[in-house]
Design a protein around this ligand. Sequence first.
Ligand SMILES: [Zn+2]
Ligand SMILES: [Zn+2]
Length: 313
Amino acid sequence: MAFSATQTFAMEGVVTSIKPVHSLVAAIIDGTGEPQLLVKGAASPHTYTMRPSEAGMLEDAKVIFWVGEGIETFLEKPLDSLAGGAKVVTLSETPGITLLDMREGGAFEPHSHGDEEHDHEGEEAGHDHGEEHADHHHGHGKDMHVWLDPENARLMAREITSTLVEADPQNAATYEKNAAALDERLGKLISDTEKTVEPVRGKPFIVFHDAYHYFENRFGVEAAGSITVSPEQMPSAQRLQEIRDKVTELNAACVFAEPQFEPKFVNIVTEGTDARTGMLDPEGANIDQGPDLYFTLVGNLAKSLADCLSGAE
Ligand SMILES: [Zn+2]
Ligand SMILES: [Zn+2]
């Protein structure tokens, strides 16, 4: 090799939207640079507002990774009017990725998982960002929490790798090596998660917002409903009543809160029922950013589900 570690050209100007995306990019770029992150700490992408300094970060960016329209709503306009020459990678459009439809209603209708997925291949360039969307959370009618299926994360990691290799061919070997290690680790995460949730399959539970369908679909668990229609809006009294009836009717074992949002709705829904409460964090609010975040995030989801649901009969 002609390069020693100190001579390696640093990869700068890689910007990521949310913590799970940052985590995957950080794992692949490791040793050559560090990606920047927009939605930091415990902020939720659904309610995020960008600061002027972050707009500047976008203008200086070389590559921007985001999930896509309908989830990082705050990025839609800035990416439309981007004056800098950044390459924008929309990870929900990764070829071969599983895309699920949004579920409707407070209490989800029973449905099968086999025929919900479709291939997004070929749609890559066809998005008109100027279009008005009736409801931004329901981007294209698809559920945009795609990262919560680790098989999707594997495909996204490939997309990230090829993008970085193209943007910075000098460090191609590092990216390929990191990507191989990441893929192996994701494979192990999938088998570990299977084992963790296996004992609680079939136990009904309620989630705070409809973020977990990808996790459920991959690992064979199924939420019976969600408290909020979309996390940008407070649930109505009617919605809370509907969910509370569902908790009683199903004898739901657990109702899960989220660290980004008020726990009071969970208390309203479970009051006077036998349901236990737990915490699920779909975006890594309470986890330090970095390459390990993705693994902690998925591991915590599995553990929270198993702990809460196994404690109940
Ligand atoms: Zn969400
Ligand atoms: Zn489902």
